[in-house]
Ligand binder design. Structure first.
Ligand SMILES: Cc1cc2nc3c(=O)[nH]c(=O)nc-3n(C[C@H](O)[C@H](O)[C@H](O)COP(=O)(O)OP(=O)(O)OC[C@H]3O[C@@H](n4cnc5c(N)ncnc54)[C@H](O)[C@@H]3O)c2cc1C
Length: 390
């Protein structure tokens, strides 16, 4: 089924086609086996790297394609639509944005060309902590300046892909919360060389989770890092990571659109083919309507994703649109997932159909990278002007 409402006007039609061809070499069995073993999709990620798809957001002067967030969104949507899982590597596309926007020229020259070529992987981002949760200003991980170094202590949780990264971006407190004027001040961002740090104060422990996401908890125990690991100015890290969050939300929303389309295609095909009571189950409106509704919700959410991407590329504020895109797309994909499973009846639970795997995978996006409630409270406070709730 062709869901591409832009048809010939889609500026990313060629990119989509190339991604579809690449993904055809990584069918459901590939992802299913990795899921069972909780293994990393190394060959898939390598193929994406070799094709240049992971470096589209890096400017040409640093070895990337210099494209906008719309192109990256098209790539991730196609991966999800093929039945794969871009969560294994999507962060390689956008975490570097913090270095690009706020790093020194020397840091950009040192890291960006190697990230573009895939020689270096920067796809781990340590923000979430077990005790502070979404209240990021209460993080307890600290980085204390000591001569030419910072000494890092603390703990992160849900730090994904770190075991498949060379570098990580870390948010840590450099000034205690009670010594700053505003609670978001006094946090800083560091680019840590994981290869150097492991065994010298950095410990990584995998978390066995509902989905195959290579996620971990990370412990910092007097880890010494060079002072030039700091990105931008000390104390301004929270603002730097906020800058990157709109891109992340738009890209995750695009992944949800891809998931939703995979579920809708699967459900439609099965409904047309499965015969019960002497006719296809898809002849019953009780089966048709939820699929049609999921399709309508997906198309509506996709418009918001495209609008957010357009505003982002134009360099105008898009916090509301990026948040709403992520909210609507994650709800559309979940609705499509539930409908697809229901349409498949008992077979929806069988691993070989991939429905249960994708069902588990797409559920994540109502919790991470930001949960639905937090988006709603953003819209209520910052768009509708309602009183601040926390
Ligand atoms: C598989 C996976 C991968 C992840 N990868 C990363 C990663 O790579 N790097 C990283 O830093 N983090 C990562 N995360 C963490 C993720 O971003 C957080 O789980 C998410 O932001 C929610 O935070 P929390 O788990 O601390 O929930 P909490 O903040 O404890 O919230 C729990 C629930 O309460 C709700 N809630 C909290 N406060 C309010 C409020 N004021 N009003 C209404 N509702 C509220 C939330 O919406 C949520 O549903 C990952 C998580 C998962 C599960």
């Amino acid at each position: 089924m062709n869901h591409d409402y832009l048809g010939k006007d889609d500026p990313y039609a060629d990119i989509r086609e190339s991604v579809q061809k690449l993904c055809a070499d990584f069918p459901g069995e590939y992802w299913r086996q990795l899921d069972a073993e909780r293994a990393y999709p190394t060959s898939f990620v390598q193929a994406l790297t070799d094709s240049g798809f992971l470096s589209v957001l890096i400017p040409e002067e640093y070895g990337g394609a210099g494209l906008g967030v719309g192109a990256a969104a098209a790539i991730l949507e196609e991966i999800q639509k093929s039945g794969g899982n871009g969560g294994a590597c999507h962060a390689q596309m956008y975490i570097m944005g913090t270095v690009l926007r706020h790093g020194s020229e020397e840091q950009k020259q040192t890291y960006l060309p190697k990230i573009a070529s895939g020689e270096l992987r920067l796809q781990a981002f340590g923000v979430t902590e077990p005790t502070s949760g979404t209240d990021t200003t209460r993080i307890r991980t600290t980085a204390v300046r000591d001569g030419d170094e910072y000494v890092v202590n603390g703990q992160k949780v849900w730090t994904s892909r770190i075991a498949h990264s060379d570098l990580m971006l870390l948010l840590a407190r450099t000034t205690p919360r009670d010594q700053v004027e505003k609670r978001h001040q006094g946090m800083s961002v560091f680019l840590i060389d994981i290869r150097e740090a492991q065994g010298k104060g950095l410990t990584i422990r995998p978390i066995r989770a509902m989905i195959n996401h290579s996620t971990t908890e990370v412990f910092f125990d007097d880890l010494r890092i060079p002072a030039d690991s700091l990105i931008g100015e000390e104390g301004k890290g929270f603002r730097y990571i906020l800058d990157g969050m709109n891109a992340e939300r738009i890209l995750v929303a695009a992944e949800c659109i891809g998931d939703a389309r995979w579920f809708i295609d699967k459900a439609s095909a099965y409904a047309a083919e499965r015969q019960v009571f002497g006719r296809p189950i898809g002849q019953n409106q009780g089966i048709q309507f939820p699929i049609a509704r999921a399709y309508a919700q997906t198309e509506a959410a996709d418009l918001m994703v495209k609008r957010a991407a357009h505003l982002f590329e134009a360099g105008v504020p898009c916090g509301a649109e990026a948040n709403m895109a992520k909210l609507l797309a994650s709800e559309a994909s979940w609705q499509a997932a539930d409908t697809c499973l229901q349409t498949h009846g008992g077979f929806g639970f069988a691993e070989e159909y991939d429905v249960e795997r994708k069902f588990r995978e797409t559920r994540l996006y109502q919790v991470a990278p930001i949960s639905t409630n937090l988006i709603l409270s953003y819209v209520a406070e910052h768009v509708l002007g309602l009183p601040r709730s926390y």
